[in-house]
Each structure stands twice: as C-alpha cells, then as structure tokens.
Design a protein around this ligand. Structure first.
Ligand SMILES: Nc1nc2c(c(=O)[nH]1)N[C@H]1C(S)=C(S)[C@@H](COP(=O)(O)O)O[C@H]1N2
Ligand SMILES: [Mo]
Length: 219
C-alpha cells in the first residue's frame, strides 16, 4: 500500500466510526404491523397493550417529523432557553415505566414507555420561581398544559419508545408526553416545545373546547 492509500484507509475508518456513532435509532418507514411484530408483549408479569390498540384520532392526523431539522424548544420562564436536537434530548438519563393511557372515549392502553424526565430538562434550563404552569406545543398545532406541581408529583417523562420500539409517526414520533394519571388529551404527541409559564388560566386545544383542565382519570 502506498502512502496515500494508507491515509485514505485511515480516513475512511475514522469516518465510518464517526458516522456509526452519530446514527440515531429511528424507524425508517417501518409499518405499524412490522413494529407490532417485534414489540414487547409483557412486563413484570403483566400483559401490555399493543401499539395497534390506540385509536388514531389526532386533530390533523399523523405528523411526519424530519428528525434532522427537529428541535425541542424549552423556553418561557427559564434562565437558559434551549433548542435541543433529538440526540441531545436522548443524551439524558433514560427511564422505563409501565403506564396506562385512558382516552375520554372510553378505551385505554397499558404501555411500557421509555423516555427521559422533564425534571432533567427543567434542571438544565433552570426554571424561574414564578413558573407554575407548563404549556406543551406540538407539530400539528395541538397544545395542552399541566401544573408544574402535577409534573413534579408524578416525575413525568417524555417518551421516545413504547413497548421497546421507537415511536412510529402515528404514535407521536419523536416524543409523546407520558401524562401519568391524566386523561389521554394531556398526552401530547409530536412534542416540539415546552414552555414554562405563570399563566394558570391557560387552556389547551381540548380544554378550550370544554374538557376538564385537571383531566383526572375517573376510577
Ligand atoms: N399533537 C397531538 N397530540 C395528541 C392528540 C392530538 O390530536 N395531537 N390527541 C390526544 C388524545 S385525545 C389522545 S387519547 C392521545 C392518544 O391518541 P392516539 O390514539 O391518536 O395516539 O393523544 C393525545 N395527544
Ligand atoms: Mo383522547
């Protein structure tokens, strides 16, 4: 091997290492059926629902988010606003939790969620002490909100995986809020902005239409 070939070889090795380390684990065009075939079916002795058991009824239908362009904005009443890439969000500590989503329509799904804590994003951004409300925004224009207290109480997370598979577009890729103990309309999909606020009167999409802002699950 001559010298140039050697340099080229080393360059290619470094390049391929670099490229494999930046590659994000996303579902490139797998169908829901294909994902359902590989999803986790039970957890700690309990049966899980399937990613096929949701009833897709989003206000504008499934959204396709280009992950190379995607940013998760954390702003409002914070010391340091942030615009995070998908990989930057995923660089936080990961958590797994089985939580049931109950829709007001009467159906529910018990899913094993994998995600990162809102607390970790909040700690990095530095939440100002006046903040008491968190307003969530999504790619389809949907919004919802929760009190900061209710998020802290359940230590809520945003999920990037369900039943072991990366969220498909229909299920909210790249992130869905796991609004534990709150009705389905608080579980915002295609999340792209988290706004810290002091507006306790804020009402999201379905809340403005008359749904309870507390969104308690009736036992
Ligand atoms: N961005 C966005 N998130 C959303 C919605 C929506 O229309 N847009 N619908 C909500 C409702 S009403 C429910 S029950 C859950 C689960 O909806 P799915 O079955 O359509 O996934 O997503 C919630 N998150
Ligand atoms: Mo819903």
């Amino acid at each position: 091997m001559n010298r140039i070939m050697k340099y080229l070889f080393v360059f290619m090795m470094v390049l391929s290492l670099f490229m494999s380390s930046c590659k994000t684990d996303i579902n490139d065009s797998k169908t829901l059926g294909e994902l359902a075939a590989v999803e986790i079916k039970e957890y700690e002795g309990k049966d899980l629902s399937s990613i096929l058991d949701f009833r897709e009824n989003s206000i504008k239908g499934p959204q396709t988010v280009d992950i190379t362009e995607y940013r998760l904005v954390v702003d409002g009443l914070v010391e340091t606003p942030a615009e995070l890439t998908y990989d930057q969000v995923l660089s936080n500590k990961k958590y797994t939790k089985m939580v049931t989503l109950y829709c007001v329509e009467g159906w529910s799904v018990n899913i094993l969620w994998e995600g990162i804590l809102l607390k970790d994003l909040f700690d990095k951004a530095g939440v100002k002490k006046e903040a008491n409300t968190v307003i969530f925004h999504a790619a389809d224009g949907y919004t919802t909100s929760l009190s900061l207290e209710s998020i802290q109480y359940k230590n809520m997370m945003i999920a990037y995986k369900m039943n072991g598979v990366v969220l498909p577009p229909e299920r909210g890729f790249p992130f869905q809020l796991v609004a534990e103990d709150k009705l389905g309309y608080k579980w915002i999909k295609w999340l792209n902005r988290i706004e810290l606020s002091d507006n306790e009167d804020y009402r999201g999409y379905w809340e403005q239409a008359g749904y309870s802002n507390e969104a308690h699950i009736d036992p």
